[in-house]
Ligand binder design. Structure first.
Ligand code: C5P
Length: 227
């Protein structure tokens, strides 16, 4: 069977990665979490004192981009690929609220985007890929056979993210998460380079009222129509 490219974009915490992982497992496709890549660059910048609240040494980061190597390794116990920054597993570290608070600033930088988009295009060049992010259907794979644009109410999204972080033992408040989700929605959709917008040919899915199973069934049907 011909393989296709599935692009999943949308606002923060809309459950893009959950559905992308499920689809990739079912179709035996590669799954690429591009948000993890922007988060890994952010972690690098934090670890090298290039960014914190109130200061950002943007040019220094740009000059150091060639020292940032991001890769994915499949973890068979978890059933998905974890992200590595310069050969260190950073899957846990990149999901903290501290990284979430800085990542959208990093993602505005065109040089960062150029580097990561090239790597993403390389990873998906043979199709058979489910990729999620903010600009996959518009910039990374504008010719993807199936484009989805996920949405849900901001409160639903913040609640999901809050539950996720509490489960892993992070000390955060709901208000803090809600504020971060709103902030990232705003910065990601108003930046100059590759803003988050729905591609003209993307199918919008609002999953505020859908269970995971209902959502999967609906999307799986759309996929089957394309195969
Ligand atoms: O998907 P996730 O919430 O982990 O993404 C973290 C951040 O990375 C987003 O808020 C956005 O600033 C940036 N991002 C992006 N383009 C992508 C994926 C993520 O700008 N394709």
């Amino acid at each position: 069977m011909e393989k296709i490219t599935i692009a999943i974009d949308g606002f923060s915490s809309t459950g893009k990665s959950t559905i992308a992982k499920q689809l990739a497992n079912k179709l035996k496709y590669i799954y690429v979490d591009t948000g993890a890549m922007y988060r890994a660059v952010t972690l690098y910048a934090m670890n090298h004192n290039l960014i914190s609240k109130g200061q950002f040494k943007k040019n220094e980061l740009i000059n150091n981009l060639n020292k940032i190597h991001i890769s994915f390794k499949f973890n068979s116990q978890l059933g998905f690929a974890e992200v590595y920054l310069n050969n260190m597993n950073v899957e846990h570290k990149i999901r903290t609220i501290e990284v979430s608070e800085l990542v959208s600033e990093i993602a505005k930088v065109s040089e960062v985007r150029k580097k990561l988009v090239e790597q993403q295009q390389e990873m998906g060049k043979n199709k058979g890929v489910v990729m999620d992010g903010r600009d996959i259907g518009t910039v990374v794979f504008p010719n993807a056979e199936l484009k989805l644009f996920m949405n849900a109410s901001v409160e639903t999204r913040a609640q999901r993210r809050y539950d996720e972080l509490l489960k892993r033992g992070d000390k955060v408040t709901f208000e803090e998460i809600l504020k971060n989700v709103k902030y990232r929605d705003h910065v990601d959709s108003t930046r100059l380079d590759s803003p988050l917008i729905k591609a003209k040919d993307a199918i919008e899915i609002d999953n505020s009222e859908l269970t995971l199973n209902e959502q999967f069934e609906k999307i799986d049907k759309l996929v089957q129509e394309k195969l």
